[in-house]
Ligand binder design. Structure first.
Ligand SMILES: Cc1ncc(COP(=O)(O)O)c(C=O)c1O
Length: 362
């Protein structure tokens, strides 16, 4: 079988350091080398999330991290506000509901950038939590989290702001404490360019003082206790932890340049699409959103009239690339192309040239 190159917004092309690390022998997770790696990854992630608090590494996908954070920070019945404008913000609402929280859904058009004022209107003194999505991968929108968090806290100083950073960490500047967030979640198979399997939950100091041991496997408080000494409560995906250390070692020292490179590639994807008349999905007030509101994790376009997603995905597959379609109400209406994974400059140029050929043929 010909190997497909992933232009999907997760999972992504692996970092070579991850592949190298994963080819090593199995180690036991309750040994000194495993503990060292675990602690190093937690420290590296604290720097990446920009928090003086803690990071818990879970053997789960990103959704597991979201559930763990919601369960550990909120008790059943507590009021949380969830602006829903895409698949992953909808997931926040579903998780809250499954955990018995009192979820107030603020339903908004999918693809629109969140307007801080609209969110603010719905926050009251009773709102205990605000669940936000930084990079809404299903629509390609990058939401103005810091602005929303600041406004929310001005209105209700007690509110806990929890952010899905699954496709923003390592792709766009992120700083949990400085952005006024209390907790954030990411996953291994996105900006870190690892295989799927790890979720990262960052907790600022306010979240840490609220955290309660709830649930069993996804119990953040219990995990944190063990992880402070470099172990997981159960058998962690230690091979992925080792691979994460290997990638963080090279990624963190050059993070600013890396973010610029990713933003540049995504800008190039949008420029190509717009040159061939494609309409971007991210929108602000119904118009194509300015670049600041387009997530560097993926470019998302409406399908041109008369072209089905199957047809377009087939054209990419013929050139050896897998792309992604729309989800929920956007299924069959949009497509997404992402350079989130690992590409050398030369490979990225080749991909962009091939993307142009496909667009031209449309
Ligand atoms: C923004 C966002 N949140 C959450 C998730 C869910 O992550 P996972 O599929 O790892 O559970 C994804 C996955 O694509 C995502 O892009």
């Amino acid at each position: 079988m010909r190997r497909e190159i992933l232009l999907t917004p997760g999972p992504v092309e692996l970092h070579p350091r991850a592949r190298l690390s994963l080819s090593g022998p199995q180690i036991h997770h309750r040994t000194e080398p495993a503990r060292e790696a675990f602690l190093a990854v937690r420290e590296g992630l604290k720097a990446a999330f920009g928090t003086a608090g803690e990071v818990v590494v879970l053997t789960a996908s990103g959704t597991g991290g979201m559930e763990a954070a919601a369960a550990g920070l909120f008790a059943p019945g507590e009021r949380v506000l969830v602006p829903v404008s895409g698949k992953f913000s909808e997931r926040w609402a579903e998780i809250g509901e499954a955990l018995g929280l009192s979820v107030e859904r603020l339903e908004l058009p999918w693809g629109e950038v969140l307007d801080p004022e609209v969110v603010l209107e719905r926050i009251t003194g009773e709102t205990r939590g605000l669940f936000l999505t930084h990079s809404e991968t299903s629509t390609g929108v990058l939401n103005p989290l810091a602005e929303i968090a600041r406004a929310a806290r001005e209105k209700n100083p007690e509110i806990l702001v929890v952010a899905d950073a699954v496709t923003s960490l390592f792709l766009t500047p992120f700083a949990l404490d400085a952005m006024g967030l209390d907790a954030a979640i990411s996953g291994s198979q996105k900006g870190l360019m690892l295989p799927p399997g790890l979720a990262f939950v960052a907790l600022g100091n306010r979240a840490l003082s609220t955290l309660k041991p709830r649930g069993y496997y996804l119990n953040l408080a219990r995990e944190l206790e063990r992880q402070r000494v470099g172990e997981g409560a159960y058998t962690p995906a230690i091979n992925l932890v080792l691979a994460a250390r290997a990638v963080l070692r090279v990624l963190l020292p050059e993070l600013d340049a890396h973010l610029e490179k990713k933003a540049g590639w995504n800008r190039a994807l949008y420029a190509l699409g717009e040159r061939y008349g494609l309409r971007p999905v991210p929108a602000k007030g119904g118009e194509p959103a300015p670049e600041a509101y387009r997530s560097p994790a993926t470019a998302a376009f409406y399908l041109p009239p008369g072209v089905s997603y199957k047809e377009l995905a087939g054209a990419f597959l013929n050139r050896g690339y897998r792309i992604a379609g729309g989800q929920g109400p956007l299924r069959g209406r949009i497509f997404r192309v992402s350079l989130m994974g690992y590409f050398s400059e030369e490979d990225a140029r080749r991909v962009l040239a091939d993307v142009e050929e496909v667009f031209k043929a449309l």
